[in-house]
Design a protein around this ligand. Structure first.
Ligand SMILES: [Zn+2]
Length: 189
């Protein structure tokens, strides 16, 4: 087990050296949109790890399809019902984390996530009303999970790394996440 101070040193070791340009992925100060996207993707990433779904990489570097992305590793375990709920919670984690930072839900930025949420809900819900009800229950649950000890500090730190480097490896994200959760539990946040 790693001591917290050792972990902090490891984080410091990841500071950019003189030969690295920390903003090489994009010039200049991040825009409010960059920051919102960073919180959105950090929300997906931290929610995945909290629900024990490993991730390969998180990025806010724009591509043709979307603003950023959080790439999950394939994993199939647990009963199907839980797997569907887990996937929905990870999808809602982006919307929830972004809203907690900006103060408002950005349904447009999350439109692809919400399409996927509804596609998953259709597998379970009997009708539109039941679907809406389940969607709102799971959004509450996702937001409740954002309150878990250390969770918000994990998201803030992942978002900061994304704004600095553009993307972070799954290993890097897990390191930040585990350290933040450990500290959060210790402090009883
Ligand atoms: Zn998303």
């Amino acid at each position: 087990m790693t001591e917290p101070h050792e972990a902090a040193e490891e984080l410091e070791a990841r500071e950019p050296s003189e030969t690295q340009n920390p903003s090489s992925w994009r010039q200049g100060e991040p825009t409010p949109q960059d920051v919102a996207t960073a919180y959105h993707e950090a929300g997906h990433a931290a929610m995945s790890l909290m629900l024990r779904r490993p991730i390969e990489r998180v990025s806010i570097e724009p591509n043709q399809v979307r603003l950023g992305q959080c790439k999950l590793r394939k994993s199939v375990h647990g009963p199907l019902k839980d797997a569907v709920e887990t996937e929905i919670l990870i999808l809602l984690g982006g919307l929830g984390a972004e809203a907690r930072h900006t103060g408002a839900y950005d349904w447009d930025a999350a439109s692809e996530d919400m399409r996927n949420v509804r596609r998953l809900l259709e597998m379970r819900a009997a009708n539109d009303r039941a679907m809406k009800r389940t969607e709102s229950r799971l959004l509450d649950k996702a937001e409740h999970l954002l309150d878990a000890p250390g969770m918000w500090s994990a998201i803030e730190r992942i978002a900061a790394e994304l704004l600095r480097y553009g993307s972070v490896s799954g290993r890097g994200v897990r390191h930040i996440f585990e350290q933040a959760i450990r500290l959060g539990k210790k402090r009883g946040e």
